[in-house]
Ligand binder design. Structure first.
Ligand code: ATP
Length: 518
């Protein structure tokens, strides 16, 4: 309104002053009632109005703008859907599904529970590594209960302007209450729910407070269940986790062998699969993969089969897909120097040889065809599903990781940057041994994060001791078996890849028994 009045006055001023100036300059006639002074005054006022109008126009419309984006965001996100996912679509995770049955019964037969005075659990928190099926499970709960499903991500509530995130939370819960029974799923809840501290961010605090208020306030009569998901449970604020809020914590981890088989079955059920594809063998080769990676492999295999004009997806397509997921895209025309290729061949041969001699994991394939950022790689998988590792086994893992660098040192008498990733992984294992597994001179203790900084030098020394010991042992193994190493490397230089079977034959030829280093 104010802007419109200023605009009208401005137009009036502009017309009047232009008219007066024109007559003064060109016809020399001045209206009797207007002197030169009047003309200057009117022009100055008009100029002032113009400046004021421009300022008004460029002033950030804080409230309106935030409300508009808020509105748009609310429309785009918090999508209300009826989920068509059921528990049949979620493979494995049987214990998680059992745990969720109770919630499902609560929603489906809420009257039964209300009569008994039982309150529906308000918040469930899924935590665990990425891609393990947390979102899928939440959708399945909505599908099994025919509830409205409201998806949102914690980062959608992170805003610059104080109060906007909180408003968005309010609006999400209002919608969910209207659409009850509802499941609200908040992915990456740590984005709004992380621990508050002295230098907290005002906006974030308000958003988290609003979430706490909503969790406390709803559900007297509405059947609304909030499911949060995070990869970092340790980051969440205590207030969010206390009873009555997100008090049910369910760990969703990477699938075990059986679960991997089930996940593969779900993801190939609508695909034409060749009889040479053995789900058991594929599941063994994908140890440590998440459900999302397995789904990705099934999809990649289908794409590869289409590209090759095949009618059925066969085992080669799956093998290629696994390689692609593990090592990245194959580089078609790599410009690797012959000298570098020679180093890479010995480096990869070093990993494979130490692994073979120590019987650490089954080597499936060694390759010096560059993929992703790697100039070469060893594809391997454990021959059995393990949950516990001895101290020696962890040391052997480090030795295998350092086998590449040890081979470079023995053959070329110098080392390259190629071991960067290996060193990183080896250091991580050694750090875990020192800080979490009580496998160092610190004794049988774990070292909490807040104490690490006071002991950093000693911790680093302990890590170095482990790494140095493992490297010495790897050097010894490579030196003792230099002939085999060279044979593997030469084979690689000639053929670019070696299968696990071929590697076995080369090592067996030299009558080498595994585990010669402990
Ligand atoms: P993030 O933590 O990264 O958000 P997430 O744990 O929520 O990941 P989802 O988005 O649920 O993982 O899983 C991604 C995809 O992986 C699913 O859409 C599905 O195709 C597949 N998937 C994961 N776990 C399973 C499973 N247990 N059964 C069947 N498919 C699965």
């Amino acid at each position: 309104m104010k802007k419109r009045i200023v605009f009208l006055l401005l137009v009036f001023g502009l017309v009047t002053s232009s008219f007066l100036i024109y007559h003064k300059l060109f016809s020399g006639v001045m209206f009797t009632r207007f002197t030169t002074g009047d003309t200057i005054l009117i022009s100055t006022i008009t100029l002032g109005l113009l400046v004021y109008y421009l300022k008004l126009d460029s002033k950030p419309q804080l409230v309106t703008a935030s409300v508009t984006t808020d509105k748009n965001k609310d429309e785009n996100t918090n999508d209300q859907n009826k989920s068509d996912v059921s528990f049949n679509d979620v493979a494995g995770l049987d214990e998680v599904k059992d745990e969720l049955q109770e919630i499902i019964d609560f929603i489906n037969n809420s009257e039964k529970y209300k009569k008994m005075g039982a309150k529906i659990p308000k918040g469930i928190l899924f935590h665990g590594p990425p891609g393990t099926g947390k979102t899928l499970l939440a959708k399945a709960v909505a599908g099994e209960t025919n509830s409205s499903f409201f998806y949102s991500s914690g980062s959608e509530f992170v805003e610059k302007y104080v109060g906007v995130g909180a408003k968005r939370i309010r609006s999400l819960f209002e919608k969910a209450k209207k659409g009850a029974p509802s499941i609200i799923f908040i992915d990456e809840i740590d984005a709004i729910g992380c621990k508050r501290n002295m230098d907290s961010n005002n906006e974030k605090d308000q958003t988290l407070n609003q979430l706490l208020v909503e969790l406390d306030g709803f559900n007297k009569n509405n059947t609304v269940v909030v499911i949060g998901a995070t990869n970092r449970l340790d980051l969440l604020d205590e207030a969010l986790l206390r009873p009555g809020r997100f008090d049910r914590h369910i760990y969703v981890g990477n699938p075990n062998l059986n679960a991997r088989k089930e996940i593969f079955k779900v993801h190939i059920k609508d695909k034409p699969i060749h009889s040479d594809v053995e789900i058991d063998a594929l599941s063994k080769k994908t140890h440590g993969f998440s459900g999302a990676q397995l789904a990705n492999i099934a999809n990649e295999a289908a794409i590869i089969a289409v590209r090759k004009n095949k009618k059925l997806i066969d085992i080669d397509d799956f093998e290629t897909a696994i390689e692609r997921v593990v090592a990245g895209l194959e580089i078609k025309h790599p410009s690797v120097l012959l000298k570098e290729k020679n180093i890479v061949a010995h480096h990869e041969a070093g990993h494979a040889l130490v692994g073979k001699l120590l019987s650490v994991d089954m080597v499936q394939k060694i390759s010096i065809v560059p993929r992703g950022q790697a100039l070469g790689y060893v594809l391997k998988f454990p021959d059995e599903e393990r949950y516990l590792h001895t101290q020696n086994e962890l040391m052997w893992k480090i030795m295998v990781l350092l086998g590449g660098r040890a081979a470079e040192q023995i053959i070329f008498d110098e080392v390259t940057t190629g071991a960067h990733n290996d060193l990183k992984k080896a250091t991580e294992i050694a750090e875990e041994m020192v800080c979490n597994y009580g496998m160092s001179s610190f004794g049988n203790i774990t070292i909490k994060n807040q104490y690490i900084k006071y002991n950093i030098n000693k911790i680093e020394r302990e890590i170095k001791t482990i790494i140095d010991e493992c490297f010495e042992k790897s050097l010894y193994l490579i030196k003792e078996n230099k002939i085999i190493l060279k044979e593997i490397a030469n084979y690689l230089l000639e053929k670019e890849t070696i299968t696990g079977e071929e590697l076995k034959e080369i090592v067996a030829k030299h009558n080498k028994l595994p585990n010669t280093a402990s």
